[in-house]
Design a protein around this ligand. Structure first.
Ligand code: GSH
Length: 211
């Protein structure tokens, strides 16, 4: 039996979940070894998570990990072969990692994590400052999805996995949940993701798979 993929990172983490979902898609057993980003035992050179052990390799940077698992163990099924379609998939992953995650994480998700889990005061000022940009960004994403109901014309891809995990953090906050609910197509696409077995199987503790 092949050893499970070892994913070092917190149990609730956007990028840990991306790797978990890709493992599920590829039919690979996986386990999370709870590791805080800045713990001394974390081997990511920039103090981020996750870091992954697979096939005797030690990999970091989620995009590279996801590509490796899909290419080595899933026949590349999550990446279209057509170069034009693949460019769009790569574009959305890049948009998610470069613009969406930093905006959502710093401005909304992290203040709630610090409040809920570290019992710190909720940083309302930080949230208030970020909300206009977050609202604008959700509207932009919704308009993009309204064009044809999907990020790409290639079916379910790595773009859906990255964007779902990034947007799930937003949706789990009161302001983010309310903002998402006002959108036309984003909630439908989120619901379709939740119905995917790989995404349902990796729901965060306390997260309802069907809500
Ligand atoms: N570029 C990294 C980003 C990973 C990342 O930002 N992970 C978050 C958790 S989801 C993290 O490490 N946060 C801790 C920090 O930034 O200090 C990747 O793609 O793996």
């Amino acid at each position: 039996m092949t050893a499970p993929v070892k994913i070092y990172g917190p149990v609730i983490s956007t990028y840990v979940r991306v790797v978990q979902i890709v493992c599920e898609e590829a039919g690979l057993a996986h386990e999370v070894i709870p590791t805080a980003a800045h713990a001394p035992e974390n081997r990511h050179p920039f103090g981020k998570v996750p870091l992954v052990e697979i096939d005797g390799l030690e990999l970091y940077e989620t995009h590279s990990i996801a590509n490796y698992i899909d290419n080595a163990h899933n026949g590349g099924a999550l990446q279209p072969a057509d170069p034009a379609q693949r460019a769009v998939v790569e574009r959305w992953i890049s948009v998610g990692n470069s613009y969406l995650f930093p905006l959502f994480e710093r401005g909304l998700v992290m203040p709630y994590i610090m409040h809920r889990y570290a019992k710190m005061d909720l940083d309302k000022a930080r949230i208030a400052k970020a909300l206009p940009d977050i609202a604008k960004t959700l509207s932009f994403l919704d308009l993009e999805l309204q064009k044809d109901g999907a990020w790409t014309s290639a079916g379910f891809t790595l773009a859906d996995i990255f964007l779902h995990c990034i947007l799930r953090g937003v949706e789990s906050t009161p302001e983010g949940g309310a903002g998402m609910a006002q959108m036309q197509v984003l909630p439908l696409w989120m619901a379709s993701c939740r119905a995917r077995p790989s995404i349902a199987a990796t729901a965060w503790p306390g997260e309802q798979a069907d809500t």
